[in-house]
Structures are given as structure tokens and as C-alpha cells.
Design a protein around this ligand. Structure first.
Ligand SMILES: *Cc1c(COP(=O)(O)O)cnc(C)c1O
Length: 378
């Protein structure tokens, strides 16, 4: 067990196993092994950890502590608020970058917490330069260029203009020049090589600095994409960075829900809100304490699992409960308080995402805050 107490993302006190409707087990040993596997692939390039959205829903502080034991000392979050919270949790030493940049006026807060902005525009550069001037010291930052995703980062004409303007980077210690790939999970997509070449052109215009391009899937695009620092998120959490091929990562999460009640119903019984399902014959049902308020996507075609047996959802997903068809199990095998699996060996995060027509990232990031969280292998 990890020594850090299990906390919900909102920072509330941990929810006890007895009081919770569902149990989320997070294997920090698997996170560490995934980090080691990525680092092996990176063959000498550095490897950061991306912890935005509370570590993809799994607990940024706990994941950071586990990664630090592997020697990881560079982290990325999306928002300044995430950065200040992470700084408090992990101490002064690791570098923490704010991917979305700093909102205007928030620079002093970033300096006070020792956070590095990812500078995405000329205006952000100017604000950080002024901050450095006021502080009378050089302030660290990463410069992000838009190599073709059109989301965040300086546009090529902006980079060109800055390159020609004297003193544009005065007072700024450029730790990395970075960019982000739009299609890295599709290795044959022509945008990958186009973006890499655009990145080469843009970074050549900027003061010389270490470079960073690859996210999880980018690490698997080949040596040209490694540069000096990779920024994986998803792969650390067990999401397959090579869709369509076997997952080279270990699974990290297991989600189990408690049975609240079992019952038998006869043919014709209406099941759940709106009676969207009627029993075609006698059925055994189990209602679990888990619903859409726990982040389970309501339209996902889905099922829970018990000892390798698939237990289909019947009727609509409610806010706090789901009705399962357990007729395939021997009578009495599943009872009140027993656990069924929603994510784990029988149904991976990527499987669940496939059923729900989404991506593993969304399954993890939507996980709710009222689980008992159990950290193992830390
Ligand atoms: C989210 C993000 C990452 C991590 O991406 P994964 O696909 O989860 O590995 C890296 N870089 C940037 C800029 C990001 O926004």
C-alpha cells in the first residue's frame, strides 16, 4: 500500500471501503513499470510525466510520487491551479510545466509556486519577460510552437516575427522548445512527418534549446520523434499507445462496484427508468451502487463481469445504480456486498472505450470522485 492517504480529486478526506459504492484500485507499481518501458524505448532521451486532470483521474500526487521513485523529475499539468496543487504535494525539486499557459495576470502566482509556463503566444512571452525583469532574474519556461495541430502554441508567423526581434527572449531561460502531435496514434498519418518537419523549421528560428515533441504514441513513431524529452500521459496509465496492435503497457486501474440488492423477476417485468427493457422470461437481477454520477457513460453498450462471466446491463443506467442480468450465474453465487468488475482484467479501459465509442482518456478522466481509492504497488 502507498503511504499517501487515498483522497478524492476534490481533496476531501478519503472515502472508506465500507462507505463507498465502488472501489477504484490504482496500481502504482504498474505505472512505474510503464514508465520504465517508455524510458527503455526512449534510449537516453528524458521522460516526463503528464499529470493533467488529476493524473487522468487517477491522482496526480500519488502518480507523481511513484514516478519520482523512478527518477522522473519533470511533470506537465494543464492549468496553473493544477500546478500549484501539485507543487504543494510533491515539494520544491521537480519541474512543473503549465501546458495551457498562464492566464494574464497570474504570472506572480506561478513564480511564487516555482512553476514554469509553457509559453504559447507572443503576449504570454512578453508578460513572462516583464515578470523576469521585475524579479531581476532569469525565469524558466518552455516555448510551444504550433507545428500543425492548431490548438496551442505560437503560430509560424509569430515565431518568425519573434526571431527577428531583438531581445524578445531576454530574461527567459528556455528549458525546452516543444510542440504537440495531432495524429501520433495513427503511425501512417502523413501529418506526423509534416509536423515533425514544421517543428524542425520553427525551432531552428528560436534560440537553441532542448526539444520535446512526443506524447505517448509519439514515442512509438520512431527515433526521429524522441528529441530530448518525451511527454507521455496515457501510456503511463495503461492506455494502449499503439491502437490496433497489442498493448505494450501494463493495465493500471481496476474498478469494482458493490451489489446493493439482488432479486428475481418474472416474464414481462419492466426494468429501470422508462421501462426501456422488459424481461423476456424469468430473470435474476443484481443492482449495483454505481451509475452515471460515477462517470460511467450512459450510452455505452456495457456489462460488468464476475469471475469471468459477462453480466449485461439491463434498462437505463441510473444516477447511482445499474441493473445487471445475473441469470447466467448459479443461484446465490452473487449477493449483497459482493463486487463486480467494471474495469480490470475482463474489461480493459480501452475495451470500455471501444464499447462507449470513445477513447480510454475519456473513460479515465470521467471517473467519479466517490469511490474508495486503493493505491497498491507504490
Ligand atoms: C496531454 C498532452 C500530452 C500527453 O499526451 P498522451 O497522449 O496522454 O501521452 C503531451 N503533451 C501535451 C501538449 C498534451 O496536451
Amino acid at each position: 500500500m502507498n503511504d499517501a492517504p487515498a483522497r478524492s480529486p476534490s481533496g476531501d478526506a478519503a472515502i472508506s471501503e465500507a462507505a463507498a459504492g465502488a472501489i477504484l484500485t490504482i496500481d502504482l507499481g504498474a505505472v512505474r513499470e510503464n514508465y520504465r518501458r517508455l524510458r527503455t524505448r526512449l534510449a537516453g532521451a528524458r521522460c516526463a510525466g503528464v499529470l493533467k486532470a488529476d493524473g487522468y483521474g487517477l491522482g496526480a500526487a500519488q502518480v507523481a510520487s511513484a514516478l519520482m521513485k523512478e527518477g522522473c523529475d519533470i511533470f506537465f499539468v494543464a492549468l496553473l491551479a493544477e500546478g500549484t496543487a501539485l507543487r504543494k504535494a510533491i515539494g520544491d525539486r521537480p519541474e512543473i510545466y503549465i501546458l495551457n499557459g498562464l492566464p494574464p495576470g497570474s504570472e506572480p502566482e506561478a513564480v511564487a509556486a516555482g512553476l514554469c509556463p509553457v509559453i504559447n503566444s507572443g503576449a504570454q512571452l512578453k508578460a513572462w519577460r516583464a515578470m523576469a525583469q521585475g524579479a531581476a532574474r532569469r525565469l524558466p519556461a518552455a516555448i510551444q510552437v504550433d507545428s500543425g495541430m492548431s490548438r496551442l502554441g505560437m503560430a509560424p508567423d509569430e515565431v518568425e516575427a519573434l526571431a527577428g526581434s531583438a531581445g524578445a527572449f531576454d530574461g527567459i531561460e528556455i528549458r525546452y522548445v516543444m510542440s504537440h502531435l495531432a495524429c501520433a496514434d495513427e503511425p501512417r498519418h502523413p501529418a506526423n512527418e509534416q509536423q515533425r518537419q514544421a517543428f524542425e523549421r520553427l525551432r531552428a528560428m528560436l534560440p537553441e534549446a532542448p526539444a520535446s515533441l512526443a506524447n505517448s504514441s509519439g514515442i512509438f513513431l520512431g527515433p526521429h520523434y524522441r528529441y530530448d524529452l518525451a511527454r507521455p500521459g496515457a501510456a503511463l496509465y495503461g492506455i494502449n499507445p499503439t491502437p490496433g496492435e497489442p498493448n505494450p503497457m501494463l493495465p493500471v486501474v481496476r474498478l469494482q462496484a458493490k451489489v446493493a440488492q439482488t432479486r428475481k423477476v418474472g416474464k414481462g417485468a419492466g426494468i429501470g427508468y422508462g421501462h426501456s427493457y422488459h424481461a423476456q422470461g424469468p430473470l435474476s437481477l443484481a443492482t449495483i451502487s454505481f451509475g452515471y454520477a460515477d462517470g460511467w457513460l450512459r450510452r455505452s453498450v456495457s456489462a460488468a463481469w464476475f469471475e469471468g462471466m459477462r453480466l449485461p446491463f439491463l434498462g437505463r443506467v441510473s444516477m447511482d445504480s445499474i441493473i445487471l442480468d445475473i441469470s447466467a450465474l448459479p443461484a446465490g453465487q452473487l449477493g449483497e456486498g459482493d463486487l463486480v468488475e467494471l474495469l480490470g482484467p475482463s474489461q480493459s479501459v480501452d475495451d470500455a472505450a471501444g464499447h462507449a465509442g470513445t477513447i480510454g482518456y475519456e473513460i479515465l478522466a470521467s471517473l467519479g470522485s466517490r469511490f474508495h481509492r486503493r493505491y497498491i504497488g507504490g
